[in-house]
Design a protein around this ligand. Structure first.
Ligand code: GLA
Length: 354
């Protein structure tokens, strides 16, 4: 399919194709830059990419979503254009010797943007994988993820952690990725058959480069510095006790990061033991912490997460960077159909994603 789009746009056959899914984080929010463990999985929605050589001296980039082709050289300034993610991945591809000459790139994605489902990581990882394939080089997923994260830091201006890039580079739909974000050590954990992690878009979109993400990260770093710690998720007993003496904003951010990390550990234990009720309880507590201590939910999202539980989910929480986007709810498979119908009735602005 992506081959056909490439052929239609460039009247040529692509040399390589690749794909990367979107991701949903099951638990462990805003702790991938605090040295914590996170637990994302992928969703069916994905980005497909086809690449081949360009013959006119500049990179040619086409997006099926924008229905537009642009030409860029790698020193074109990054100014918020949709093609920045792809151009950034091309820069990283060039820096890491995957490409030497200009490329044609076609991108087609059904991962919703601004929804907390890592549409951008999905694009950058898929482009980098396609460039590696084109070069005939085996590049480790961890390297692809690191380069994709550098695109966000250097060209997009989002000081994100590495959860999204690792998740879309490595995880698969039936498995969660337990990722230590300080060492990048990771394990895949099989998800249970009897429960579905339903992803529901609130209808509210947001952009992480609006500054609130960066603000939260700075607040966490300030709190860690005040506690004399490297990471908020790795405090000793005395540092944990000292959280309560921090100024209010730092206190709340530190409380969230510290408690969220403990919730992830408990959730992983519950998942491995097959105790989904306990897993759901950690999801609920995670949402409360994002609402009260990290202050990244909205009243609409709180209502949707609450409704999700009332209609039969055993746990529900906002997922992703926050301030809008999606909730993820753990729903017993035999209740899923009714749950979806009830949610659609009570929250008509929501959209079932996966
Ligand atoms: C965004 C970032 C991630 C992570 C989440 C919050 O998705 O890209 O690195 O910090 O927000 O958990």
């Amino acid at each position: 399919m992506i081959d056909e789009t490439y052929a239609a746009i460039f009247a040529a056959v692509p040399i390589a194709t690749a794909m990367a899914h979107g991701r949903v984080n099951l638990i462990g929010e805003h702790i991938d830059y605090n040295g914590g463990i996170v637990l994302p999985t992928t969703i069916a929605n994905a980005t497909h990419v086809a690449v081949g050589p360009s013959d006119d001296g500049s990179h040619a980039i086409y997006s099926a979503q924008y229905g537009e082709a642009v030409r860029r050289s790698l020193d074109t300034p990054f100014n918020g254009h949709w093609s920045d993610y792809i151009a950034g991945a091309l820069v990283k591809g060039a820096e890491n010797k995957l490409i030497e000459t200009p490329m044609r790139v076609v991108v087609d994605s059904n991962v919703p943007g601004g929804a907390g489902l890592s549409s951008s990581a999905s694009v950058t990882v898929a482009v980098l994988k396609a460039l590696a394939e084109h070069a005939g080089q085996h590049v480790a997923d961890v390297d692809i993820a690191r380069w994709a994260q550098q695109v966000e830091h250097e060209f997009i201006g989002v000081p994100c952690g590495i959860m999204d890039q690792m998740a879309v580079a490595i995880a698969s739909e039936k498995q969660a990725l337990a990722l230590e974000t300080d060492t990048l050590a990771h394990t895949l954990i099989t998800l249970p058959d009897g429960h579905h992690f339903a992803v529901l878009h609130s209808g509210i979109t947001r952009k992480l480069d609006e500054g609130r993400y960066a603000e939260r990260r700075q607040e966490c770093e300030a709190a860690a510095a005040a506690l004399g710690a490297d990471w908020l998720c790795q405090l000793n007993e005395a540092q944990v006790a000292a959280i309560e003496r921090l100024p209010e904003v730092q206190r709340k951010r530190a409380r969230h990061a510290h408690s969220e990390h403990r919730r992830v550990l408990a959730a992983i234990g519950a998942l491995c033991a097959g105790d989904m009720a306990a897993f759901g309880a950690q999801m609920d507590a995670s949402h409360a912490s994002m609402r009260d201590d990290f202050e990244i939910t909205t009243p609409e999202i709180d209502a949707i997460a609450g409704g999700a539980r009332e209609h039969g989910a055993i746990g529900a929480r906002m997922t992703g960077g926050g301030f809008g986007g999606c909730i993820v709810a753990c729903v017993p498979v035999d209740r899923l159909k009714d749950w979806k119908a009830s949610m659609a009735r009570q929250f008509p602005a929501t959209r079932y994603i996966a």
